[in-house]
Design a protein. Structure first.
Ligand SMILES: Nc1ncnc2c1ncn2[C@@H]1O[C@H](COP(=O)(O)OP(=O)(O)OP(=O)(O)O)[C@@H](O)[C@H]1O
Length: 345
């Protein structure tokens, strides 16, 4: 799970736990043509892949970057499918020692894709081993221990690393430079999310009315993972409390139960924003003070609530602390401080 997602139980958290990943697997598009949105990256990838297929060679190593839940894992699987090859999956945190990576690398078949999720979290020795493997298709395996230890160089068959990262900026330059292509995934617009939802509903075998799809899409924070999760919650509501139909009423009622508002804010987001506007007069206020006011750890406020609030233009970060924007007051149905002053001046 990406490190910024510390609260997987939030219905709007952008990360996923293992149970959810299993549910997601069934909804993954399998080919590039089924992958909704991300027109630029899709276009670029199509070129890279078709050129490699035409030459009968493994393509350059490919890096995918962007926030959690936008489709990096999905694209890695699609890349392997388009190349007609298999994919081996591992991640930075799963590789404890360089030897773990050497074992994976030396078992790769010709043309295989190695998907390295959260590549920015690889330990240094493993990273160095990866440089050599990516550049020279070679891995040095140390046999024995102490003074009698011997490094044996193994030649690897050509393969393609697909790296995924939520923090491209954290990748050391030598590692970044070994990728021949970097695709940046962007947040999806509501119409793209609506298409994701319609496709997912079809796969789940439920009928989703257009108005309900639009409603869910608008509250999904630009993220297909969240859209699919909200769809499953709406389906639950329709089954248990409704008449089974996924219509606008069901969508609104379910999202109210899960306290996801019209912008996709949940209870924590609103608590942070409410404290900022009402208790601190719109700020500026320090992160720690703000976190204490809502009974959360500063890290949770900073990594879970804040990025979306800033992206939505509801909160600003200044050198003196966090500030609420006029849009925040408007969203919470509060009078802006300026409007208040005009009343009493
Ligand atoms: N473009 C898309 N079209 C349709 N479904 C998508 C698309 N992108 C993502 N999804 C769906 O969203 C879910 C999450 O996608 P995925 O696991 O690929 O995200 P991720 O970027 O790898 O996230 P993480 O960084 O947390 O691993 C999956 O169920 C996937 O099917």
């Amino acid at each position: 799970m990406p490190d910024e997602d510390v609260a997987p139980e939030r219905v709007v958290a952008s990360g996923a736990d293992d149970v959810e990943r299993a549910a997601e697997a069934a909804l993954r598009p399998r080919r590039l043509a089924e992958f909704v949105g991300q027109r630029v990256v899709r276009d670029q990838l199509e070129l890279v892949l078709h050129a490699a297929i035409g030459r009968g060679r493994a393509p350059d190593h490919l890096l995918l970057s962007g926030p959690p839940g936008l489709g990096k894992t999905t694209l890695a699987m699609i890349i392997a499918a388009e190349l007609g090859t298999s994919v081996r999956v591992t991640s930075g945190p799963a590789i404890q020692h360089a030897g773990d990576l050497a074992a994976v690398l030396s078992s790769l078949e010709e043309g295989e894709v190695l998907f390295l999720d959260e590549i920015h979290r690889l330990a240094r020795p493993a990273e160095e081993l990866l440089y050599v493997a990516m550049e020279d298709f070679r891995v040095d395996v140390v046999v024995g221990k102490g003074p009698g230890a011997n490094a044996i160089g193994l030649t690897l068959p050509p393969f393609t690393v697909v790296g995924a990262t939520t923090r491209a900026g954290l990748l050391p330059a030598p590692l970044r430079d070994r990728f021949g292509f970097t695709g940046h995934l962007e947040f999806y617009d509501p119409d793209e999310l609506r298409q994701v939802l319609v496709r997912s509903a079809g796969l789940l075998g439920v009928e989703l009315e257009v108005a309900a799809a639009v409603e869910i899409a608008g509250r999904s924070r630009g993220t297909p993972r969240i859209a699919n999760r909200l769809l499953r919650r709406v389906r639950d509501w329709a089954q248990v409390r409704g008449d089974g139909r996924l219509d606008l009423d069901a969508a609104r009622a379910a999202l109210e139960v899960y306290e996801v508002d019209v912008l996709g804010l949940d209870r924590l987001d609103r608590a942070v924003l409410g404290a900022l506007c009402e208790r601190f007069g719109g700020g500026p206020v320090g992160l720690t003070t703000l976190a204490v006011a809502v009974g959360e750890e500063p890290e949770t406020v900073e990594t879970v609530a804040e990025p979306f609030l800033v992206r939505e233009g509801l909160m600003g970060r200044t050198p003196r602390g966090r500030v609420a924007t006029p849009r925040a007051y408007e969203h919470l149905g509060l009078a802006t401080p300026d409007a208040g002053q005009t009343l009493f001046d």
